[in-house]
Design a protein around this ligand. Structure first.
Ligand code: GUN
Ligand code: ZN
Length: 457
C-alpha cells in the first residue's frame, strides 16, 4: 500500500556542489510506493502545494493511500556507513597506544569468538538493531575471517530488508590462530559466499582483504583475479591509517612504491573499491585513487581515538578523489552519524596534518602552517548520505530522496532534547539548522527509521 508523508523534507541536488547541495522543503510531500519490480521507491517528492494536482491524481489511482502529517518533523535520507566492523561492536572504546596494539590486544581476541555460529548471530542481531536505531540504512561492513560470521550478518540484514554489503575477511598471515585463514580455502569460501549472497534481495558482497600486511601475495593475487572476474562485486580494505602500519606494509612488499600501490599491483583498485582511512597518502596515491575510481572511507572518530592522524580534505579535493564518511566501529567510537559528522568537522579544521605531532610542529616550530577548512554542514551530511551512496556506486539508488530512489529514510525530531529544541528553533538558515543537529544530535534525534515502508526502529 502506498504511503505519503507531509513534513519538512531534506534531500540533495546531485548536480550541485556538496557544500550547496541540501534542499529543505518546509512543507514537503513524500510519496512512497512500489515500482515495476515491486521495490518500494520514492514516487513523488517536493513542495506540497506544487505537487497538489499530481498528488490528487495519484490518490485517485490509489484510494487506499495513507497520509501522515508531521509538520514539526524532518524526513531525511537514511544514512550510509561506508566502513564499519560488526564483529567489533563489543570492543568499542578499548584504549590502546595505536592501531597495531589495539588489533592485537582487543580486536583479534574478540574476532576469534566468531568461530561460533550462535555468537555470530547474537552480535549480528544487536549490530543491525544499533545501525537502525541510529538511522543507518545502508552499511559496507567487515565480518571476520569465519564463513559463519558472513552468513549470520547477511541473514539478519535480509530479515530486516537492510541494504548491506559485507564479505569474509581475508588474513592468511601475520594474524593469530583463530582468525588466520588458509590461502586456498579462503579464496574458495569467498567465491562460494559471493555466489550465495551477492545480489540477493538488497545484499551485496565485498571482497575483503583485511589489509596488505595480513595477506600473502597469493591471497591478494587470488582476490585480484576474482575482482576482475566479478566487476560489480565491491572490494573493501584498509590503507595508510597509521605510520607503524605503513612501514610494516612497505617492509613486506618492498617492490611497492607506496602502501596504496600494493593494492593496485594486485588489481584491487577499481570502481566499487573502498579503502578505509587514506590518511597518509601522497599526491601520486591520490591521483591513483582518482584515476581508478576507488573511494576513501573517512573514519574521523576512529582516527582521533586511535591517534592515527587526520584525513586531508583539501588534498583529496585537489586530486578529485572520491570519499565518504564512516563510523569504523569498533576503532570508531560511535554508531551515530551525527557524532561522525561532527568529528569530520574537527578533522577538517585540523588541515589534514599527518599526525598530532606534525600539527604541533607546524604551530610551534616555525613550519609552514596548513590552513584547516571549515566543512559546511551540507557537505558533511552529503558525505554520509548521497555522497556516500555515490562512493559505493549506488547513486540514484539510495542515499537521497529523489524519484526512483529506494525508500529508506529517517524521521528526525528536532525537539528531541531541550537543547536541540531551543537551538533548532533559533536556526535562521538551513546551514544553522543542519549544524545544530550535527553538533547536538545523537540517536535521540532519530525518531524513526523507515526501510521500504517497514518501521524498523
Ligand atoms: N587495519 C586492519 N584491520 C583493522 C581494523 O580492524 N580496524 C582498523 N581501524 N584498522 C585495521
Ligand atoms: Zn576498519
Amino acid at each position: 500500500m502506498p504511503q505519503a508523508y507531509r513534513a519538512r523534507i531534506l534531500c540533495f541536488d546531485p548536480n550541485a556542489e556538496p557544500s550547496q547541495s541540501a534542499r529543505l522543503e518546509e512543507d514537503g510531500l513524500l510519496v512512497i510506493g512500489a515500482n515495476e519490480e515491486g521495490r518500494q521507491v520514492v514516487q513523488m517528492v517536493g513542495d506540497y502545494n506544487s505537487l497538489a494536482n499530481s498528488f490528487e491524481e495519484f490518490k485517485a489511482r490509489h484510494p487506499d493511500i495513507k497520509v501522515q502529517h508531521l509538520p514539526d518533523r524532518i524526513i531525511a535520507p537514511g544514512f550510509v556507513d561506508t566502513h564499519v566492523h560488526y564483529p567489533q561492536t563489543d570492543v568499542i572504546g578499548s584504549p590502546a597506544e595505536g592501531l597495531l596494539p589495539w588489533l592485537e590486544n582487543y580486536t583479534f581476541p574478540e574476532e576469534k569468538k566468531f568461530v561460533d555460529k550462535e555468537y555470530c548471530a547474537s552480535v549480528a542481531t544487536f549490530f543491525i538493531a544499533e545501525l537502525l536505531r541510529n538511522g543507518v540504512t545502508t552499511a559496507l561492513t567487515f565480518a571476520t575471517s569465519h564463513v559463519a560470521s558472513v552468513d549470520a550478518l547477511f541473514a539478519e540484514a535480509q530479515k530486516n530488508s537492510l541494504r548491506l554489503i559485507t564479505g569474509k575477511c581475508m588474513q592468511d598471515r601475520n594474524s593469530p590462530d583463530g582468525v588466520r585463514d588458509e590461502t586456498e580455502q579462503s579464496l574458495i569460501d569467498t567465491e562460494l559466499l559471493m555466489h550465495k549472497w551477492h545480489g540477493v534481495d538488497r545484499l551485496g558482497y565485498a571482497f575483503t582483504p583485511r589489509f596488505a600486511p595480513s595477506c600473502s601475495d597469493a591471497q591478494l593475487r587470488g582476490l585480484g583475479e576474482l575482482a576482475a572476474k566479478y566487476p560489480d562485486v565491491w572490494i573493501q580494505s584498509h590503507v595508510a591509517e597509521n605510520v607503524e602500519e605503513i612501514s610494516w606494509a612497505l617492509s613486506l612488499f618492498p617492490q611497492a612504491r607506496s602502501y596504496l600501490q600494493i593494492y593496485d599491483d594486485f588489481g584491487l583498485m577499481r570502481q566499487r573499491s573502498v579503502y578505509a582511512h587514506c590518511i597518509h597518502l601522497d599526491a601520486t596515491d591520490r591521483t591513483l585513487m582518482q584515476s581508478t575510481g576507488a573511494a576513501a572511507s573517512v573514519c574521523p572518530t576512529s582516527n582521533l581515538f586511535l591517534g592515527s592522524g587526520f584525513f586531508d580534505y583539501r588534498a583529496a579535493d585537489d586530486a578529485g578523489m572520491q570519499y565518504a564518511l564512516a563510523s569504523d566501529v569498533g576503532g570508531g567510537t560511535s554508531f551515530s552519524p551525527f557524532h561522525t559528522m561532527l568529528a569530520a568537522y574537527y578533522v577538517g579544521r585540523s588541515g589534514g596534518r599527518a599526525t598530532v605531532k606534525t600539527a604541533l610542529l607546524d604551530s610551534y616550530q616555525g613550519g609552514q602552517p596548513r590552513l584547516g577548512i571549515s566543512l559546511s554542514p551540507q557537505d558533511l551530511w552529503w558525505q554520509h548520505t548521497a555522497g556516500a551512496a555515490k562512493a559505493l556506486g549506488l547513486d540514484g539508488v539510495i542515499g537521497n530522496l529523489a524519484v526512483g530512489c529506494e525508500a529508506d529514510f529517517v524521521i528526525l525530531n528536532p525537539q528531541a532534547t531541550p537543547l536541540l529544541a531551543r537551538r533548532t528553533a533559533r536556526a535562521e538558515s538551513l546551514d544553522e539548522l543542519l549544524f545544530a543537529m550535527i553538533v547536538l544530535g545523537d540517536d535521540r534525534l532519530i525518531e524513526k527509521t523507515v526501510i521500504s515502508q517497514q518501521l524498523v526502529a
